[in-house]
Ligand binder design. Sequence first.
Ligand code: ADP
Ligand code: ASP
Ligand code: MG
Length: 403
Amino acid sequence: MIVQKFGGTSVKSAARINNVAGIISDAARAGPVVAVVSAMGDTTDYLLKLSKQISPKPPARELDALLATGEQISIALVAMALNQMGARAISLTGSQLGILTESVHSAARIVDINTDRITRYLDEGLVVVAAGFQGVSSEGHVTTLGRGGSDTTAVALAAALGAETCDIYTDVNGVYSADPNMVATARLLDRISYEEMLEMARVGAQVLHPRAVELARKNRLRVRVRNTFDRNNTGTLLTGAGEMEIYRPVSGVVLDRDQARLAIFKAPDQPGVAGLIFGALAERRIGVDMIIQAFHEDRSVNDITFTVRRDDAQSAFEALEAAAKELSAEGVSVDEDVAKVSIVGAGLMDRPDVASKMFTALGRAGINIKMISTSEIRISAIVSEKDAERAVKVIHDLFHLDE
Ligand code: ADP
Ligand code: ASP
Ligand code: MG
């Protein structure tokens, strides 16, 4: 059994849907297939924009009900295309697939998948065309899994069905050393470890959804990223770290523009201050990424700087202003013209020289680093948005990632 997933650009038009149906029907000749599809092209963005024209803050339940329709259009069309080609197929929405999620809207996690209905159709020899990105809560409400969540649907279905392989078909040949649409010399990686891919996905490499990679790692699933428009390309295989002996210090460079930096100045240096500030953000369900606390010379006050997603910047700023008042802090600031540049590589672990090389190269290129954070296999720097793309290229060249 195989699970295939086709992203938005792969099903953007009728002609592309026919191309995708060709790939699915070829696979269906060899064995059972579940094909997960995303909404056509920019449909999800369009639906989001449409909702904003009606209401700046629509009820979360209704927003999910709206966004889920994008995938429902494409599954029906893909199933039609398959039937037209003589391959028997049936389309199923999230709830029809038995994908049960938490009762949370816009970023629900999958709790359980009841595969009975899918297996019944597969046993009858049908291709199951599954709507990505959606599920149903125990109360019966339509939920969505977060932007890019169709990857997660595919990997979760593959794990639940015990599929041999999960092929993620997209608009590039696989996972590269950097976004190939930004860095012309980016190199296609034939393999990448789950850990590195997870880190790359978390810091903004769009090609796979982080939760899809987490699930793949947990289930040791054979996930391949491949090109819908070049079927002969074998793409990139996600593998366990143990299967790769030699690591380069850096495997990839990732840019995330979806960042904003906030700061509160001269907040009192007392127990409970960070709790108050970040509690106020958590109340608004705002996720915080990097956090830096710096002390002043007189030691009675601190500056706290942190980053959030750009969409959350204004709401975070309001929360921070209120906190500043309560704490009698000197002031607050927000900067939305920043981006995060990260390098990822399992080989970073025992290479203290890599960070200094990266910072030196950025400095030589006249690129100012505003914040830094690290994990065992990642180094991230916040820079000005205007410098971000150049920073990626400088780092890509520095570590010869094209070779
Ligand atoms: P889909 O609609 O198929 O889910 P996405 O747009 O979500 O496709 O993801 C594919 C895109 O990810 C590519 O077009 C590419 O621009 C971007 N991308 C970012 N970083 C990388 C990378 N390291 N390797 C490959 N693609 C990347
Ligand atoms: N259509 C959804 C989105 O645009 C899910 C996906 O494509 O993975 O985010
Ligand atoms: Mg995607």
